[in-house]
Design a protein around this ligand. Structure first.
Ligand code: TMP
Length: 210
């Protein structure tokens, strides 16, 4: 296994918080400092991972159970770690990942009610203790988030879930932020984008990243 040297940053939040836009902004700010940024996402980030993403998001008719979903997510993550994340970190790059294992605790743990220790077992199996250096949680009331998300595209398998599901997802994210306040920073995603970006820049400066 290659040793970690670079910086691993992950972005989290319910649907519609603007993660993709914020990811592009953060990536641009860090690139300006001269560092190489690998911008990637989960589920996905590799050819195999994108195929798995397709099953997870669009194959409504396949009837994937919660445990199968969990195993598919960790399969995609394992490929992503081996093919993209660990090599980029070993080259001392910044890896900026749109969702990672906190999403699994939030969606499969909180949303689908799979016990967190089962998720922890798989996490240990493939990550061997590798954790993000910084996770930014864009927090937003799920009703507002889903309205934003559904306004831009046809709802995928997750976006069709109930508001109660997303309320559990949000609560799980906030629980992780309480448990790991140094790693996970919560930003309010409700204000206009310029306001959120100003907060982001301040955070990156405070952490010595920009
Ligand atoms: P995205 O819309 O942010 O690209 O994420 C795709 C969906 O995948 C989103 O609804 C959350 C879901 N997801 C999980 O359920 N568990 C996970 O571990 C990850 C990474 C994503």
């Amino acid at each position: 296994m290659t040793a970690k040297k670079g910086l691993f940053i992950t972005l989290e939040g319910v649907e519609g918080v603007g993660k993709s836009t914020h990811a592009a902004f953060i990536s641009e700010q860090i690139r300006r400092t001269g560092r190489v940024v690998t911008l990637t996402r989960e589920p996905g980030g590799t050819r195999a991972g994108e195929e798995i993403r397709n099953i997870l998001l669009h194959a409504h008719e396949t009837g994937v159970t919660a445990m199968t979903e969990l195993l598919l997510i960790f399969s995609a993550r394992n490929q992503h770690l081996e093919e993209v994340i660990r090599p980029a970190l070993a080259r001392d790059e910044v890896v900026l990942c749109d969702r990672f294992t906190d999403a699994t605790y939030a969606y499969q743990g909180g949303g689908r009610k799979i016990a967190w220790d089962r998720i922890g077992t798989l996490e240990w199996l493939i990550q061997h203790g590798l954790q993000p250096d910084l996770t930014i949680l864009f927090d937003l009331d799920p009703q507002t988030g889903l309205q934003r998300a559904n306004g831009r595209s046809v709802a995928d398998r997750f976006e069709k879930e109930s508001l109660e599901f997303f309320a559990r997802v949000r609560a799980a994210y906030l629980q992780i932020a309480r448990d790991e306040p140094r790693r996970m920073v919560v930003l309010d995603a409700a204000p206009p984008i310029e306001v959120v970006q100003a907060e982001l820049l301040k955070l990156l400066k405070d952490r010595g990243i920009c």
